[in-house]
Each structure stands twice: as C-alpha cells, then as structure tokens.
Design a protein around this ligand. Sequence first.
Ligand code: FES
Ligand SMILES: [Fe+2]
Length: 384
Amino acid sequence: MQREQELAIGDALLERIQAGPPPATTRAASIDPSIYTDADRHRREVAAIAASPVAALASSELAEPGSFVTTTLVGTPIIITRDRDGVVHAMRNVCAHRGATVETRESGSARIFSCGFHAWSYELDGSLRSISDASLFSFGPCTTGLRPLRCEERHGIIWITPCADAVDESVADWLDQVDAFFDELGLSDMEHYASTTYELGCNWKLLTDGFLEVYHLKYLHRDSIAPYFPANTFLPRRFGPHFAGWLPKNRLVSNLTEEPRDDWKVLDRLTGAIVLVPGTIVQWQAGHIELFSLRPDPVDPSRSTARLTMMIPSARADETELWERNWERVCVTIPEEDFAAAVDVQRNIDAGMVDRLQIGNNEHALIEHIDAVTERANSTSGRD
Ligand code: FES
Ligand SMILES: [Fe+2]
C-alpha cells in the first residue's frame, strides 16, 4: 500500500516537473493584517485549537508504566501519565479541592499524585484516591478527581484535547483522509529522537504559512536547503479539511525523469508537509518526521509556542550520525529562517506598517488555510 501511494505521488510529481510550475491564472489577492492581530478572531481560534487533538508528545517520550509529564497546552495545565497497564491518561493539573497545581515536576515516575496544599491524592488516571483528614472535611463521601481530558495514542503520538468540554471527536475522525496516509507512512513505527520548544513573537498562523508555499524557498533558504531542491516545484494537495504539499529534491527529479518507474524512490527523496487544521504540522523528510505543534498564547495573538519533535524509524535508530546531521539541519533551517521571517512580519504588522498582505496565485494555499481555520473555529463555537 505504501508503495502504491509512493508511486502515485511520483506520477503526479513527474507530471508537475514536465509541465513546469503553473503560471498564475488569477490576480494576486490581498488579506487584511488583522487576521494576525484581531483579539476576537484569536479567541475563537484558540478555542478551536483547544477543542481539537493537539500533538502533545511522541508516545515513546512516555514509554514506561508509571511515568508522567506535565505541560501546558493553549493555557491548560496538564498531567499526562502512563498507568501500570500501559494506558495513557491526561487530566488538568489543577486540584479538585481548591485549585492548586498538583504536580510541579516536569516529568518523572509516580505511584500517586499528592497536592502540596492539603495533601489530597490522586491515582495515575486522575481519580481521587484519598482526602486527608477525611472525617473532618465532610460528613458524606467526596469523590471528585482531576478533570479528565480526551487523550489518545495514534500514529506514535499522544494527542490531547485541552478543552474538557469539547465534543468527543476521535483522532481518526479529525485526521480524516490523513489517517490512512499516516498509516501508509508508518508513523507508528517511529520513535522520539529529539525535541525543543520555541517561544515566538508572532501569530501561530504565520508559522504555518511557511509550510504552505515554496515561493520563498530559493530566497529565504538560499544558504541552507535551497540548493537541494528545484525552484517552484511543489505539488499542493488537500486531504479533506487538511493540507499537504510534496516538494521533490533534485535527486528525485533525476530519479523520476531518468529511471524506470519500478526504481523510483519517492519517499526517500522528497519533503512532504502535512498541515493539520488547526495547529499541527507533520513534515516528512527523507525518512524521518518533524512534528510541529503550534500553541498560540491564549490571550496575545502576537505570541506563540512551537514545540518541534523529530521522530525517526525505530528500525534505523542506530544510524545516529545521519539523525544528528538531520536534527542540526532542522534546527537551523526552520527556526532561524522560516520562524525568524514570521516574527519579522509580525513586528511590522504590530507597528501598523502593513496595510495589506499580497498573496500570489502561487501562495493561494495560505488563503485556503485561513478559510479552513475560520470554518473550524465557527463549527467549534457553534458547539458551545
Ligand atoms: S488545593 Fe489541593 S489539597 Fe487543597
Ligand atoms: Fe521554508
């Protein structure tokens, strides 16, 4: 199945390579910069992200039974645990008694969680274990535990829905057509290699925009990755509500144009960005994946956190020199070039220096993405 999908991508890319980049058929559009600054729009987008599966961790980051990680996802403090039976749970890291933070460590292993304020304790699944001085506290039973959050392991990733009141939507349903594609790519056979977090002075959508067009590639990335790719050769795709784009490397261009179809090695020689709406990007890169989880500041539209995780095939984990080289390259190209450009644009928008942003025919996916986010935000707020 993976091979069929691979060859189908190869066919489509070959067609695009032979035809050349399509000339513009429409005038450039323009968008209002308030898309990146408006507080009300931002509030609805944050609500949409909080009501959707967020890529919290790679499954292998929480491998051991009894282990836990604490994090904050779009303003929600969360404990993620793997219980003794290997089942993953997520719950608000907020005590059911009077609201203190229950677990203050970033990660570790635990048998129970005990709140520092009055020592109420909780099981690894968040249920209430005991109330200290219970006979003094209440005459009748008191059973409220930590507020559970929807949590699911799928494709080697722990997905958490930070909003406790969100409708019950499975990760597979949300991924839509991408679910089968992730299966074909073998994501669940991958493990955590490295991760890092960036605090950025820009709207989360500006971080997404760099994955939706390649117009910038030969200019912004001229001293890093541009030499490995042909200019303006990009095959955009829609997967239901989500976006994807395939970008061949130079050596894939020669592979497709000069060698028989049976000898094509498409997946080893392309970059594929899958932009999930809203807030997650999975970039397939020559055998590894880069997982970007974009987490807007809950209040300030001009601030975001981006968690970058690199995952590698478990069967090839010993190729450490290759993965180290790839990790170094990822850490230079995207944060120092794409993210830096996004922060620069936001600074000019915030200073009132940008009247309109002009979006070319070759960047049209940016507008489609904004529309898809708006649709998700509207349907999320419609569920409230
Ligand atoms: S606030 Fe946690 S035990 Fe009182
Ligand atoms: Fe880029």
